[in-house]
Design a protein around this ligand. Structure first.
Ligand code: CO
Length: 209
């Protein structure tokens, strides 16, 4: 059997399973979505947001890209963020990086990956800003792990610099921003950073409301 056919078959089985558990499952889900969470994660196939968090369809609004970056000129990310925060009114925005991230490893190396190098450039900037701390670590794996965490913090800070988050904080005292890291080795999520509405924002990035 072609491998893709397995997916279509599995889908049929999943529908049956859902309907057995709750006959009106799709009927209810079709009415609306009211997710409490926006997930900004890595595209890595080993980090499926719903599965590792035990959440169901309708619970997490999701954006994924290589190395979970929050880029201010990325209209894809900004559109997702705007819709999630301004319309769906999510209570939490979670940036989730993961140890063993290929994007982080690529950014640490000098290998050329084409257009990906431009995408990953801001991770090199995070390295450069923290080069004293990172170069003191004994191995490249330790550096990569630390850079995963530093990158998550940088992306949470990038969220903080957006009009979208600052306006929602001002108007609605939400969302809470989270920085998490997932371990592919043991499947565990770690909460690294939590920034509540009203937390200080560096003056140059702060907008008037
Ligand atoms: Co990754």
């Amino acid at each position: 059997m072609d491998s893709y056919k397995r997916l279509l078959l599995a889908n049929k089985a999943w529908v049956q399973e859902r309907l057995t558990l709750a006959p009106n499952f799709f009927e209810e889900l079709a009415k609306e979505q009211k997710p409490e969470f926006l997930w900004i994660g890595c595209s890595d196939s080993r980090v499926p947001a719903e599965e590792i968090t035990g959440t169901q369809p309708g619970e997490i609004f999701t954006h994924r890209n290589i190395a979970n970056l929050v880029n201010h000129t990325d209209f894809n990310l900004l559109s997702v963020l705007s819709f999630a925060v301004e319309y769906l009114k999510v209570k939490h925005v979670i940036v989730c990086g993961h140890y063993g991230c290929g994007g982080i490893k690529a950014a640490l190396s000098s290998h050329r990956y084409g257009v990906l190098d431009e995408w990953l450039r801001q991770i090199k900037d995070v390295y450069q800003a923290n080069s004293d701390t990172l170069s003191a670590l004994s191995s490249i794996d330790a550096q990569a792990d630390k850079l995963v965490e530093m990158n998550v913090l940088q992306q949470v800070k990038n969220l903080l610099k957006t009009n979208i988050i600052q306006k929602a904080w001002h108007d609605d005292r939400r969302p809470i921003l989270h920085g998490w890291a997932y371990s592919i080795d043991d499947g565990l999520l770690k909460s690294l950073y939590k920034i509540e509405p009203g937390a200080p924002i560096d003056e140059i990035y702060r907008f008037d409301f």
